[in-house]
Design a protein around this ligand. Structure first.
Ligand code: ATP
Ligand code: MG
Length: 555
């Protein structure tokens, strides 16, 4: 999983194959065009993988272009995070970073060209009236009373807009297309609006900003993009994309193709909603390990390879669907099963006292870091007279078929010897405080010599040597399978999305590098939290359990 795997073929690749066979392009050029108004999420990963792997597989180029036409919600933090996330995911854009704002001057010139051709006009209807005049799917729109101004007037007014002579909302530039079109997008769409706000790239140079639809097709064409790939909701916008490029003097005309968005069960992939979770402090930030942002997933312990593999598996179609969260989880599980070193951690500890070992008994045990990868080496773990096991691995009431520890029953301690529970001690509240066991010291290197069958295996850590640690266990942020469909996503917040446990890890974890994922045997895959974990206080995020359990317990 360490390599960027090629996609199987899909309808977009088939189109490209045909275009190339017809000699339409000397080179395939795609782009990933995020708006820097939030962090990237798993849905963006689908688009990134598509654009960058197509460019790579066809020996073409993929640009990273910020669609920065609405400075109100954009900022440098988002730009930096997006650059970092794309790189982390394993991709490198061709050439320098690009911005739609690099082309503001050219876009302005193209707007002038449209005005001169009688194809754009300055409208002074208020935004509300513009909406009203637009009509609806069943009612044709109405022409604005300003629609038939002369070219000379329009040129003068548009230049006044640029000069800041109008206030926000007092005027805008609209394309003159058809107020009765069955495509709402073609009912004289707004091309420029006034915003007196500084822009992160252009400062206070502009007070008019192009709309996405106007800037996008022109930026694509100026960059020589051949295939402009976007999601299905832009299907109708393609009419405007083509209308603009057909009506200005520009050398190339990229083709837009749409594919379905990634929608994931129990998750939201909309920056607007993610932003709300952050600003209303439902989560710690954009990189909260429960967020399906790339920053959150990275902090949680997802590997870039597992996300690329997930994107490869879901494929590219025009079909809208909801992908099972299990599909994402199996990608990370498969990766970590193969690559994560093993260690032991006890999340809900109870003390075990081994009565037949001498006081102060210690034995250093060498354990493989991976059960079938010798090259990952071994680690040394002390075994002592007192250990911790997980509370759930002991059952007070005798139970048939119970594989773990019970009074009178013998189990194997993982990588150590067998123990048998003899008696327990409880506190005043009836909680077990200690389990007294005997052990068979002849079983460190194999089965009991008398042929006793030991079926259960439990994990443990040394009472004296273990390091205390916090474990954060996660469930999806939402209880609804499709939270975006609920009236308010906040009605479906999962109160158990983060559960905190205080426990212990084996002492070899003292120097565990942050961001390296481990399998804590029988507990799942974990990764030290890059924000909260310190040498004095280890904090681990559970990336994913060993098996899918969350859904089973909820359905
Ligand atoms: P959001 O709704 O989260 O704001 P967006 O589409 O407005 O998403 P952009 O930053 O404009 O976000 O998206 C950049 C690119 O990523 C676009 O080409 C967009 O189509 C694509 N993209 C965004 N969300 C998804 C998704 N869920 N699945 C696939 N592609 C997506
Ligand atoms: Mg967008």
């Amino acid at each position: 999983m360490n390599q960027v795997v090629s996609y199987k073929t899909n309808f977009i690749r088939q189109i490209i194959d045909k275009d190339l066979a017809r000699g339409m392009h000397a080179i395939v050029r795609t782009r990933f065009p995020p708006e820097p108004n939030g962090y990237l999420h798993i849905g963006h990963a689908k688009s990134i993988c598509l654009n960058f792997t197509i460019a790579a597989d066809y020996k073409g180029q993929c640009h990273l272009r910020f669609d920065d036409t609405n400075p109100v919600n954009e900022n440098m933090e988002f730009i930096e995070s997006i650059k970092h996330d794309v790189t982390w995911l394993g991709f490198q854009w061709h050439g320098s970073i690009r911005y739609a704002s690099d082309f503001f001057e050219q876009q302005y010139a193209y707007a002038i060209e449209l005005i001169k051709k009688g194809l754009a006009y300055v409208d002074e209807l208020s935004p509300n009236l513009i909406r009203e005049y637009r009509g609806s799917l069943t009612v044709a729109g109405q022409n604005s009373p300003y629609r038939n101004r002369s070219v000379v007037d329009n040129l003068k007014l548009f230049s006044q807009m640029r000069n800041g002579d109008f206030s926000e909302g007092a005027a805008c530039l609209r394309a003159k297309i058809n107020m009765a079109s069955s495509f709402m997008i073609l009912r004289d769409p707004v091309l420029y609006r006034i915003k007196f706000i500084d822009h992160h790239q252009t400062g206070n140079k502009w007070c008019i900003y192009p709309m996405y639809d106007f800037a996008h097709c022109i930026s694509d064409a100026l960059e020589g993009i051949t295939h402009s790939l976007c999601t299905m909701e832009f299907q109708d916008n393609r009419r405007l994309y083509d209308w603009i490029l057909n009506n200005i003097t520009i050398a190339t005309h990229p083709q837009q193709y749409e594919f379905s968005r990634l929608n994931l069960e129990y998750a939201i992939t909309s920056k607007r909603h993610l932003n709300r979770l952050v600003t209303e402090q439902i989560v710690e930030g954009w990189d909260d390990p429960r967020m399906l942002t790339l920053a959150g997933m990275r902090r949680r312990g997802y590997t870039a390879a597992s996300i690329r593999e997930f994107c490869r598996r879901i494929g590219i179609t025009k079909q809208e669907n909801l992908i099972e969260i299990a599909a994402l989880e199996s990608c990370i599980r498969e990766d970590l099963n193969e690559n994560a070193p093993r260690a032991m951690a006890v999340l809900d500890a109870v003390r075990v006292f081994i009565i037949n070992l001498p006081d102060g008994y210690e034995r250093m045990l060498s354990m493989p870091c991976h059960p079938n990868k010798n090259e990952m080496g071994t680690r040394v773990v002390p075994f002592t007279k007192e250990i911790y096991i997980d509370r759930s691995d002991f059952c007070e009431e005798p139970r048939k078929n119970y594989k773990r520890l019970m009074i009178g029953k013998e189990v194997r301690l993982r990588h150590a010897c067998t123990i048998k529970a003899e008696s327990i001690e409880k506190d005043d509240l009836g909680q077990i405080t200690c389990i007294f066991c005997s052990c068979d010291v002849n079983t460190f290197n194999g089965d009991p010599i008398d042929g006793r069958k030991i079926t259960g295996v439990i994990h443990w850590v040394s009472f004296q040597y273990a390091l205390s640690a916090e474990f954060r266990l996660y469930e999806p942020l939402f209880t609804s399978v499709n939270p975006a469909a609920s009236e308010d996503i906040f009605n479906t917040l999962n109160p158990n999305s983060m559960m905190i446990r205080q426990g212990f890890v084996e002492n070899s974890m003292q120097y565990a590098p942050i961001s390296l994922a481990y399998q804590f045997e029988r507990e799942g895959y974990f990764c030290a939290d890059s924000v909260h974990s310190t040498a004095n206080k280890l904090v681990f995020n559970r990336i994913v359990g060993l098996r899918q359990t969350w859904l089973n317990s909820n359905t």
